[in-house]
Design a binder for this molecule. Structure first.
Ligand SMILES: [Zn+2]
Length: 237
């Protein structure tokens, strides 16, 4: 009996370690000073001086995966890791305000705010709704699906599809012919499921539309059901 009790305590401690507060889920913190985050080494990013951070568990799993990949002559490079609310807000608002074009289009020419949001949401999240907030998700090697169609890109993608799951990683934004809703396919985006699976559950329980605010266009989050269609529109949970 005592042994069973010990297991229950140990199990709930493990769960507690993965339980985070709402501000964390919304990306409202600085990964550079957060005690559960680590800075990535230059050898795993595109070079020096890039302040890239991940959750320690995510990074440790990535390093193991990366070493295994190297043995098969596959070089995995993290080109984007944690992005907090402020950095996602910059990306979102630059697209919303036409500073950065979307599919070649200046979005200030799109009058309907829901349509404007939908165009940004092809590939970019609303601040407060991104998995990049969580320190569990990363973009690898190139931000174009076509890169992974042939040559080196195809070798990388084939390797990941075969081996990433063994290290806890999955591709949440797969091709949409399976009926998945939300973002378009992203062959570069990989998620550390032992943590992100828990965080998604907590997000759906704790976050409501009143939490999705503080940026231009946030009022359309509810009408387009961003939580159901995008946050939860993932291939692996
Ligand atoms: Zn991504």
């Amino acid at each position: 009996m005592r042994l069973i009790a010990l297991f229950i305590v140990a199990g709930s401690l493990a769960l507690q370690a993965q339980s985070v507060d709402k501000n964390y889920l919304l990306g409202k913190f600085d990964p550079a000073t957060h005690p559960l985050f680590v800075k990535l080494a230059d050898e795993h990013t595109r070079g020096s001086g890039r302040n890239a951070y991940l959750r320690k568990e995510t990074y440790e799993a990535f390093v193991k995966m990366s070493e295994a990949a190297l043995k098969d002559s596959v070089k995995l490079v993290i080109i984007s890791a944690t992005r907090n609310f402020d950095s996602q807000k910059r990306i979102w608002e630059n697209k919303w305000n036409g500073k950065v074009r979307v599919e070649g289009k200046d979005l200030t020419t799109v009058a309907d705010p829901k349509e404007r949001a939908r165009l940004i949401l092809l590939y970019s999240s609303m601040p407060t709704t991104s998995r990049h907030h969580w320190g569990t998700d990363m973009d690898l090697n190139a931000l174009e699906n076509s890169y992974f169609d042939s040559g080196e890109g195809l070798r990388i993608y084939t390797w990941l599809k075969t081996h990433a799951a063994a290290y806890g990683f999955c591709q949440p934004y797969t091709a949409k012919d399976s009926g998945r809703t939300g973002y378009e396919e992203e062959r570069w985006h990989w998620s550390y499921l032992p943590l992100s699976g828990e965080f998604l559950k907590q997000y759906k329980k704790e976050v409501s539309y009143k939490d999705i605010s503080g940026f231009i266009g946030s009022e359309v989050a509810k009408p387009i059901a961003v939580i159901k269609n995008y946050v939860d529109g993932v291939a692996c949970k």
